[in-house]
Write a protein that binds this ligand. Structure first.
Ligand SMILES: [Zn+2]
Length: 71
């Protein structure tokens, strides 16, 4: 009989809870609302979409952390 309680090893996925994402801009696309930035974390590979409304303001995240691509 197998029991799931015999191996109390915590599974800790590599998420934003375990490290601070190191976002790198992969591509940028000028739109009427500003520049849309597609960024990816160099640590875990998560992706996010940012919008920079003005060249002199920092970009803000317009999407949630999209997670790592599944393959
Ligand atoms: Zn990350």
């Amino acid at each position: 009989m197998t029991s799931l309680d015999t191996l109390p090893i915590p599974r800790v996925p590599l998420t934003s809870e375990t490290h601070e994402h190191a976002w790198r801009t992969e591509s940028r696309h000028p739109t009427s609302d500003g520049t849309v930035l597609y960024v990816r974390c160099g640590v875990c590979g998560s992706r996010r979409v940012d919008l920079q409304e003005h060249p002199h303001t920092p970009p803000v995240a317009v999407s949630a952390d999209l997670g790592r691509p599944r393959s």
